[in-house]
Design a protein around this ligand. Structure first.
Ligand code: ADP
Ligand code: UVW
Ligand code: MG
Length: 381
């Protein structure tokens, strides 16, 4: 099974062996990543996919392999139309196209991956797995904005949520780490990559998440502002004379960490903080403050929290972010163990103190394995 995971500026791909059963199911045969799409020599996602296909060919595992059974695609926005993995045909592709205005940085990349892969292997089943699907269970109280109902309904203005494949995978993996059934565990998942989102998962079911109509809302991200007073947009238009497109670019691409300090990579921000750089320190502080607010909010939403799981690039690697986000939350039953937190690793692990009522964990996400699993289940149904 080939899995294509196109993010806003990267293409991750994996070839997985889904034959057989037991722990070997999902073994990784080949994998790679094409980064900085649109910035340098890789002009767009189509060029990225051609580069990925050439790399797989070099490894003797090309797209023309007769053993390839299906292709699973990450699709970021599924709207209200798609809440399950879906076999892609022309009609489905047209529906995904219609959702481009709601995910302009993402759905076009996903569509180009689908189009190229279908062109190369029209004989194979191609399956779309949606970022929004896991969040479809949110109660209306969490999914609705307090906006005129007729207008909101007409234009599909509601919270959809994203990174759902990761939130689903990580919440289950966290339960497994605790030796419990996901149905009995309440988890706050903090997916901190370039894009970042938090979710509240009760007994395996998502009940709230920080991204909204689009992947712009919520946490501070690499280049996105996250939460902002919507009136700032009117202000920038009326007083700043900016166009809608300019404000869109400002909030999606020139805000977040990069807007506050010029860097969007947490490693570089950490290095600059070590040199006493005040802009890097401010960016870190704003990032962490927002994260703490969501931990508090989702503690209240869930009522009882069993686990907090950190995942994705920043969550899996930045002990400083994890420590700062949960510092001083003993009153909420949350205590991070400094020694455990500092140990680097690549597998799921606990970082909470023995006395912590809430388990705190680092749980590496695997969107590609989750997409392959869902694709396999659909194709073999
Ligand atoms: N060792 C590290 N320490 C701190 N941050 C890291 C480290 N490695 C990666 N990151 C952060 O992770 C981000 C990328 O996360 P990732 O989940 O791969 O993002 P995406 O899938 O959105 O492209 C980088 O921009 C960087 O900020
Ligand atoms: C939805 C989203 O923000 O995805 P990514 O983090 O891959 O940009
Ligand atoms: Mg990602």
């Amino acid at each position: 099974m080939l899995v294509l995971n196109s993010g806003s500026s990267s293409l991750k791909y994996q070839l997985l062996d889904m034959a057989g059963s037991g722990p070997d199911r999902g073994a990784r045969l080949a994998s790679g990543i094409v980064e900085r799409i649109g910035e340098g020599p890789v002009a767009d996602h189509e060029a990225a996919l051609k580069q990925a296909a050439a790399e797989l060919d070099r490894q003797g595992l090309g797209l023309d392999s007769p053993e390839l059974a299906a292709v699973g695609h990450r699709v970021v926005h599924g709207g209200t139309r798609f809440t399950e993995p879906t076999l892609i045909d022309d009609a489905v592709l047209a529906e995904i196209e219609k959702l481009v205005p709601l995910a302009p940085l993402h759905n076009p990349a996903n569509i180009s991956g689908i189009t190229v892969a279908r062109g190369l292997r029209p004989d194979l089943p191609q399956v779309a797995v949606f970022d929004t699907a896991f969040h479809a269970t949110m109660p209306e109280a969490a999914a609705r904005y307090a906006v005129d109902t007729a207008t909101a309904d007409r234009f599909g203005v509601r919270r959809y949520g994203f990174h759902g494949t990761s939130h689903a995978y990580v919440s289950r993996a966290t339960a497994r780490l605790l030796g419990k059934d996901p149905a009995e565990v309440n988890t706050i998942v903090l997916h901190l990559g370039n894009g970042a989102s938090a979710s509240a998962v009760r007994g395996g079911v998502c009940v709230d998440t920080s991204m909204g109509l689009t992947p712009l809302e919520g946490l501070v991200m690499g280049t996105r502002s996250g939460d902002i007073d919507p009136a700032a947009i009117f202000h920038l238009a009326r007083v700043g004379g900016m166009s809608t497109d300019e404000i869109d670019t400002l909030l999606n691409k020139r805000s977040g960490l990069v807007g506050l300090c010029g860097d969007n990579d947490m490693r570089e921000i950490g290095r600059r903080m070590g040199e006493g750089d005040p802009a890097a320190q401010l960016a870190f502080d704003v990032y962490v403050h927002r994260l703490r607010k969501y931990v508090g909010a989702y503690t209240a939403v869930l009522g009882r929290v069993d686990a907090i799981a950190f995942t994705a690039g920043v969550g899996e690697n930045s002990a400083a972010v994890r420590e700062a986000a949960l510092r001083g939350l003993g009153a909420l039953g949350i205590e991070v163990d400094a020694v455990r937190n500092a140990i680097r690793g690549s597998s799921a692990r606990l970082i909470s103190a023995a006395a912590s009522r809430v388990a705190v964990a680092v749980v590496p996400t695997d969107e590609e394995l989750e997409i392959a699993t869902q694709t396999y289940a659909l194709v073999n149904r």
